[in-house]
Design a protein. Sequence first.
Length: 258
Amino acid sequence: MTANMMAISGVLIAGFATGIGAIPIFFKKNYSKEALDIAMGFSAGIMLVASFISLIMPGIEEAGKLYSATMAMPIFLLSLFLGYIFIIFVHDFIPHKHINKNNDMELGQSKKKLSRVTLITLAIALHNLPEGLAVGVGFGGGNHAGGMVLALAIALQNIPEGLVVAFGILNEGASRNRAFMMALLSGLVEPIAAGVGYLTTSISAQTLPAALGFAAGTMLFVICQEMLPELFRQGHERNATLGVIIGVITMLALDFYL
């Protein structure tokens, strides 16, 4: 498989995994909260490890190769912080709904009249934006093996995520077909974001450390702001923690063997 085909395959696998995760709704409509907590904990664990071994550590290494010893770390850390600031802006600008919450969606301090199904879809699409960016940066840096590991990691965590979002849409009264399609479409933001990340790093090798740091900053925001608080507020902390540990183990094994 050529490098370009590997990149395209990895991006598409990650993008369609959310839809794949939604398929079980056609066979079973209700899933226990405990099972969903484990599934989302699994996603969080994979993302947490992937952000370090596939973005942060390679970013620091590349910065050390390209910049002086005094500038390498400040440049990388600044890019990580800018990624965090960027996703905060996107997060506040786009109206969305936290899937496990019953409160209205947020847009700063104002309210927007959008259907709850639309808000759930926007929430997961917003969540997938930094993941797609990270996959594109991973391939754009030229380390296609590392990019494929990151793409597989994102795909693995997107599968339970797709089930959760489809389940949330079903609870809003949507049909199974609509829930599946909305979950699938929410994941297709990833190939678009991946294209942006890929082009950014392909234009100049000098941008690679900054791009890796930027992508890591966006992913860390999603983990800390969107995933972990939701997991540990429902009274099922033990199940959520089990899912996180399984996700961490899975990602470490994936990185080691691939």
